[in-house]
Structures are given as structure tokens and as C-alpha cells.
Design a protein around this ligand. Structure first.
Ligand code: AN7
Length: 375
């Protein structure tokens, strides 16, 4: 999956000159609605992923939250996994293997189960939110834990499964986001946005490994080439302060790598983003930027969304936190139309929500409840 000459990750290119897609006549729903811009497959493993709601915020009416928590396993990973699992089936492998901060594992576990494949998930021990771990258990994945962070887990997977750029004889198909086919599924986020509201001015994306922001940008680019849209939105990559290697690189402070990434948002607790160059291109060529937000801002943004009825996990709230920061710094205007990608569901990480003592009142009589409702 790497170029033998330059070592960069290989990409899939859609020949937009040859693609037969009529934008006004799409049929079906979800990721496979855009099948003409996706790899052709005989057998598709699908659970209706995609077609997620775009929710306009009350407090900021020009901001739309793309709620990826509405996918089958509760995160955007399902969009890629439907493509990845389908490919794994057509390759005839025994199973799939992923390193993960949690959501990729949950999604891979579910889609492998659906496809009748085995699934091995390699997780950073003690660094995965409970809801996600529970999903891997539920769907019958074999769970391997390694000490350290996600970066260590990914190293284990890449070193065992990939040799000389090819899948070796282990017969497990690697489905991390180095896998370009997964990103093909994720690019449909861009297609759905365009169909629903046209071209926004900005798209805010929480960045961990950097695959998703690249995939979304790639989707916009393809529509530009097809003449469906006449400009691409500016892509804003948002990272957590303690885990912001892309921000460091963007500001010219060194390589896109840090040791010991730290943030409350465990999904994006990643120090060595494997898709750093892809993410960099998406931001640079869309005239966007990378910015960082504190854990405090992330938790505050999560609460704000909660009060609007939208339940997201901390990493997902980074996009709203980034938007608020960008407003404050004058990077965006309240009149600009923005889309905030809310990558995963609140239930993924329940512990965070009840970290402090839950405020509640204990009652023992109807009378007490009556009195309470009256005040
Ligand atoms: C909720 O599951 O990397 O920048 O192993 O779960 O494409 O990595 C998760 C990433 C954002 C970052 N929001 O996306 C994994 C994993 C949520 C996530 C990201 C993740 P990328």
C-alpha cells in the first residue's frame, strides 16, 4: 500500500472523465447511492451506513452538524468499513485486522461479523473508551491489547501484516486508514453535504490519523472535476492541544509527530498520524488550516451540542470547539456557512459524561415529585 519509490501511501484515483454518474438522477440511499464513484464490487457488505442527518444549530444557524453518530455502529468509520469489508470478502481472506483507538475496531468487528470474517483488533491498553470496547466484544472480535498509545498499536499491525508493501501470508486483510479503499467510502460525506446544502464555506473535521479530512476533501475534489460544484470548501483540521502533531507541522515547528499524545478525546489521542501527508494536502490545497483546541473547550462544546439534543463523543466535539475558536480569532464569520463533522456518538464514551457525580434528587413519595414539578 506504499509506493515502492517514494514510500508514500498509495491512493485510489477515480477517472472522472470516464465515470458515468448523473448527479440529478442518483438512486438509493447511503454510501452506495454513489456507487458510480466507488470501486465496483460483486458482493457488498452493507448495513445502510451513510445518509446521516445534517443538523442546523439553534445557537449558530449557519453551522450544520453532520451527525455521523447515526451510522450503524455510531461513527463515520462504517462508511469506509462497508467498502473495506466488501473487498475483504472478494479477496477471500480469512479475516481483517485493525489497530484502533476504538471506533475503527467497533466498526471492523461489526462488519466482519456481518460478512462472516474473523476480526482481530489491536488496541492501546487502557486507552479505549468503554462503549467502543463493548462493541468489539459484542461482535466477537479477538481483542489484542498493547502497552502504550495507538501509535504503538498501529506499528504492531503494520509491521506484522505488511511486508514489502504487500499483504503477506497471514491472510488477514489490514483495514486501517492506510487502506485507500476505506477512504473511498468516507468521501461520501462530501457528496451528502453537497446534495443537501450545496457548497459550504468551511468544513471542520476532527483530525487523528488524518484519513477522514483527506477523504472528505477528495470527495469535494471529484465533484469539482465532474463539474457538479465550482469550488471546494476550506477544510479546517481540528486537533486536541495535547495531541496536535498536524498543528505543529502546519506551523513549521517540526515533523508531524509527537511522543506521548494526551487528550480527553481518546479517539484522536494519536501522535504519529499515518495519513499526515494526505491531511496536509487536503488542508493546503483547499486554502484551509489546522488549529488546536484545549480539552476544556472540547468538553464545553460537547455540552453545548448536548443541550441542542445532539449527543457526540469528545473527539467529535472538537469540530464545534474549532469553529468557536475560529469565530473568536476572526478566521470565520458567523455569516459563513460551515459544516461541523460530528464523527462519533456520545454513547461511545459514557464514562466521560458521568465522570463527576451526577446531579440528581432522590425522592420517596409522590408528594415530593409533585412539589418538584411545581417549582
Ligand atoms: C470519533 O478508531 O483512528 O483523522 O482507530 O474515532 O481519520 O483518524 C479514530 C479516529 C475523529 C479521527 N473522530 O479521524 C480509530 C481512529 C472520531 C474518531 C477521528 C476518529 P482520522
Amino acid at each position: 500500500m506504499r509506493c515502492p519509490r517514494c514510500g508514500e501511501l498509495l491512493d485510489t484515483l477515480v477517472d472522472t472523465g470516464k465515470a458515468h454518474i448523473r448527479w440529478g438522477e442518483l438512486r438509493g440511499r447511503g454510501v452506495w447511492r454513489y456507487r458510480d464513484l466507488l470501486p465496483g464490487l460483486n458482493h457488498v457488505v452493507t448495513m445502510g451506513e451513510g445518509s446521516t442527518p445534517l443538523i442546523r444549530l439553534r445557537e449558530y444557524p449557519n453551522a450544520y452538524v453532520k451527525f455521523e453518530g447515526a451510522n450503524p455502529t455510531g461513527s463515520f468509520k462504517d462508511r469506509g468499513m462497508t467498502v473495506g469489508a466488501s473487498l475483504a470478502v472478494s479477496l477471500g481472506v480469512r479475516g481483517v485486522v485493525v489497530a484502533s483507538t476504538g471506533n475503527t475496531a467497533a466498526s471492523a468487528a461489526a462488519y466482519s461479523a456481518r460478512a462472516g470474517l474473523e476480526c482481530v483488533v489491536v488496541l492501546p491498553k487502557g486507552n479505549v473508551a468503554r462503549g467502543k470496547l463493548a462493541q468489539s466484544v459484542l461482535h466477537g472480535a479477538r481483542i489484542v491489547e498493547v502497552p502504550g498509545t495507538f501509535d504503538n498499536a498501529l506499528e504492531y499491525v503494520l509491521d506484522t501484516v505488511l511486508s514489502d508493501g504487500a499483504v503477506n501470508d497471514i491472510n488477514y486483510y489490514p483495514l486501517n486508514s492506510i487502506n485507500p479503499w476505506r477512504l473511498e467510502g468516507q468521501k461520501t460525506i462530501a457528496f451528502e453535504i453537497i446534495e443537501e446544502i450545496g457548497v459550504p464555506d468551511f468544513v471542520f473535521v476532527p483530525v487523528g490519523n488524518g484519513g477522514n479530512i483527506y477523504a472528505i476533501w477528495k470527495g469535494f475534489r471529484e465533484l469539482l472535476e465532474l463539474g457538479v460544484i465550482d469550488r471546494v470548501p476550506r477544510m479546517i483540521g481540528v486537533q486536541a492541544e495535547g495531541a496536535a502533531p498536524m498543528v505543529r507541522y502546519w506551523r513549521g515547528l517540526g515533523e508531524a509527530r509527537i511522543d506521548n499524545p494526551r487528550t480527553v478525546a481518546s479517539a484522536i489521542r494519536i501522535g504519529k498520524p499515518v495519513n499526515w501527508f494526505r491531511a496536509y494536502r487536503a488542508v493546503k490545497y483547499s486554502n484551509g488550516l489546522f488549529l488546536e483546541v484545549s480539552d476544556e473547550e472540547i468538553i464545553r462544546a460537547q455540552g453545548m451540542l448536548g443541550r441542542e439534543g445532539v449527543g457526540v463523543e469528545p473527539a467529535s466535539a472538537a469540530s464545534l470547539a474549532g469553529y468557536l475558536r475560529a469565530l473568536k480569532e476572526g478566521i470565520v464569520d458567523v455569516n459563513d456557512r460551515v459544516v461541523l463533522i460530528a464523527t462519533g456518538h456520545a454513547l461511545k464514551d459514557p464514562d466521560i459524561l458521568v465522570r463527576d457525580n451526577v446531579q440528581s434528587i432522590t425522592i420517596s413519595s409522590l408528594e415530593e415529585l409533585r412539589r418538584l414539578l411545581k417549582t
